[in-house]
Write a protein that binds this ligand. Structure first.
Ligand SMILES: *Cc1c(COP(=O)(O)O)cnc(C)c1O
Length: 485
């Protein structure tokens, strides 16, 4: 097969291989004996960037250096040949790998693998959508003997708008790969009824954006594995500070690191994080053994969804305080949700932290602030539910737009995961392209507002919402009595 050619190993190449084997052994021991014993915050701050790395290779720089160079130079032809045949760890060319994205990948692999006793690895991508495409496509290949066999996969219908388009248009309409939507992901029988021998993987977004739907990860993972297929989770909304699907049985996690992982909002980026030795009936040993490394070395090398090293460093810097930031954002959001829940201008609030949310109980089973038991403020496990909520404005689409236009502090933008509060109306923005029927499928009514609460003082966010909501009732009362201006 092209690209998989056996290489003849010269004695010179062998010397490089021996040297890098020793390096890889040292790295494994460092991960096993040091990094895996750290708490979440220490991993988020340091990842795999060690003092030894800094002093030996990077002139003592305490922050991971940003390597802008597209290409790596080699000492001689033996090193080049060994590197290009992937026989030694190297980076070669920034479309394939890069020293800065390497540290970004390891931090994410270790955070998603926190509390999981197996090995995880990560592949950086240029966006969350690139991560989703890179995660699903290797399972949709034609197998050797059946070029025209039907292929399908099963996915939660409540998902990010871009994911919906990728699955329904790019894969289903354009490539004849059937996407079977699960409408009620809490219902295990619905998942089970959609799987057959041509199913390649299960995909679930949780909590979903913006619908906050949820499912029992362990049960769905067990179901997938009983069919010898993987479970892929998009857990962008939770981040590893609150939820790590791999420890509950998922095989692969995709992150739109653009969101809460880069809460400062400095760019678009993503990652695929996978457990080693995942479950699939696709006959491909390197894909099974280390999926993230496989997509990095082969499919992504050839399609090029690589992350810019500058963005990798910006995101690394944002991730160092992830846990405490997500805690603050979550507690702020809880206060805002409670305020909205009691406001007469609001029909309904959907926040996983509110006991009236249909998925509150299930979310409470899975969403825990990492290491709360080692945090002196808590001293015990605490549930946290993230900073995404949605609510329905009373009075229909027009009132909803009026309320939205009245916001003064909260930004109107199709964005979430920010340190600044941001709101959108999904029906006219993120979920506009898919049309009314698909919006119904995804539970997106026209009076739904998605709000992602930031790190401002919650009183100021509440005041902004209050004035915009009260302006609606004032106006409608005024127009009824004929005294309005
Ligand atoms: C934003 C988002 C994506 C897409 O990520 P990009 O970085 O914008 O490509 C995927 N999934 C979820 C849940 C998202 O919120």
């Amino acid at each position: 097969m092209y690209g998989q050619e056996e290489v003849a190993i010269t004695p010179g190449m062998q010397r490089y291989i021996d040297r890098s084997d020793a390096y890889l052994k040292r790295r494994s021991a460092y991960i096993r004996d040091v990094v895996k014993k750290w708490r979440f915050d220490t991993i988020a701050v340091h990842g795999l960037y060690s003092m030894q790395d800094a002093l030996e290779d990077y002139q003592g720089s305490i922050i991971e250096p940003c390597f802008m160079s597209p290409a790596q130079a080699f000492r001689d032809s033996d090193e080049m040949a060994a590197a290009l045949a992937y026989l030694i760890p190297s980076w070669t060319y920034s479309r394939i790998a890069n020293p800065t994205t390497y540290y970004y990948e390891w931090t994410l692999a270790l955070l998603e693998g926190y509390g999981f006793d197996g090995k995880t690895s990560a592949c950086s991508t240029s966006s969350g959508m690139a991560a989703i495409a890179a995660a699903v496509q290797p399972f949709l290949v034609h197998t050797k003997h059946h070029v025209h066999e039907p292929r399908n996969f099963v996915a939660t219908s409540q998902c990010y708008g871009g994911t919906f388009q990728l699955f329904s248009v790019r894969l289903m309409e354009e490539r004849d790969i059937e996407c079977r939507w699960v409408h009620n992901p809490e219902d295990l029988d619905e998942w089970a009824s959609k799987i057959d021998k041509n199913t390649r993987f299960l995909f679930g977004e949780l909590p979903s954006n913006p619908g906050l739907s949820f499912f029992d990860i362990q049960a769905v993972a067990d179901l997938a594995h009983s069919h010898d297929i993987p479970l892929i989770c998009d857990s962008t909304v939770a981040t590893p500070a609150l939820l790590r699907p791999i420890e509950h049985g998922a095989d692969i996690v995709v992150q739109s690191a653009t969101k809460t992982l880069t809460s400062s909002g400095t760019g678009v980026c993503g990652a695929v994080i996978a457990r080693n030795n995942l479950t699939t009936h696709i006959d491909n040993e390197s894909l099974k053994r280390d999926f993230a490394l496989y997509i990095k070395y082969l499919p992504n090398r050839d399609s090029g969804p690589n992350l810019h090293p500058m963005q990798a460093l910006l995101t690394l810097n944002d991730m160092r305080t992830l846990r405490s930031k997500v805690d603050l954002l979550s507690t702020n959001t809880m206060k805002v949700a409670q305020f909205l829940d009691e406001h007469p201008g609001v029909e309904e609030v959907a926040y996983l932290g509110l006991p009236n949310h249909p998925h509150h109980e299930l979310a409470s089973k899975y969403m825990w602030l990492a290491d709360a038991e080692f945090d002196e403020r808590y001293g015990q496990p605490v549930n946290r539910y993230g900073h995404l909520l949605s609510f329905n404005v009373r009075g229909g689409p027009e009132q909803t737009r009026k309320f939205f236009d009245g916001l003064q502090r909260i930004w109107r933008a199709t964005d979430l995961g920010r340190i600044k509060s941001v709101a959108t109306i999904p029906a006219i923005s993120t979920h506009q392209q898919q049309g009314a029927d698909a919006r119904k499928l995804a539970h997106i009514p026209p009076n739904l507002v998605r709000l992602c609460v930031g790190a401002e003082h919650p009183d100021d966010i509440i005041a902004d919402l209050d004035q915009a909501l009260n302006a609606l009732t004032r106006k409608s009362v005024a127009s009824l009595t004929g005294t309005g201006t």
